[in-house]
Design a protein around this ligand. Sequence first.
Ligand SMILES: [Zn+2]
Length: 273
Amino acid sequence: MAGGWFRRRRDPEPIAEAHWQRAADALATSVSLTPAQWRRLRTLATGFLGEKTFSGAQGFTVTEEVRIAIAAQACLPVLTLGLGAYRDFLEIVVYPAQFRVPRREIDEAGVVHESLEWLAGEAHDGGPVVLSWADADPAATQGPFNVVIHEFVHKLDMLDGEADGIPPLASGRRAAWTRALHAAHTDFCDLLDALERAIPRDIDPESEAADPWYAQLPLDPYAATDPAEFFAVSGEAFFLDPESLRARWPDWYAQLASLFRLDEIDESALTEE
Ligand SMILES: [Zn+2]
């Protein structure tokens, strides 16, 4: 862009060592990275904090601890792609806990249903990422769930338009990605159907008593929703529980690995920064 000099970015403020260590220690309980990847994550998180704005909702105060913890997790999916993949939005809105959003659905009979739904996170196409701190706090994270990774994978997906499970890819890679995504998503839906048939009739599938059945799945059942959710839930698993993903769908895992390209980060790449 001509005249871009006045848009030059400020150098981002460095993250204080103690603040970074606290965020990294909490994250390290669920995500394993090499020392080089941790350093790269810190560099990206620093840039992320310089570029994005945070605002608290419902009176929530966004502290330094909150900003750094969110930035560190948000930068995992772009560890090698870089912050350019997040260029189409600026704002992160943080609620203290889960928040309710109105939903409007039209059923097969054409009847409109209006409801309120509780969410831990939401990514708006071209707009902000909204998060619940109670769910985004890495110190409180349990199991293979990470709402920050989930929503920011949606952001990657949305970089080329609506979330459809297919992020912007070089044209030569698109067909293989799409094939692997749909094969794995279809297989997962079949697994879920078979599992739901196997749950004894006296057990309510919505109750905790059904959890041992769902725990056999390689991903959270929510991944069955559509290809976009399958990609986002797979993104969480890629960082938190990659083995079950790799074991069930090696082709899909290979596509994710090539997008996130974690293996390619080495010391020599880092010394350039
Ligand atoms: Zn989602």
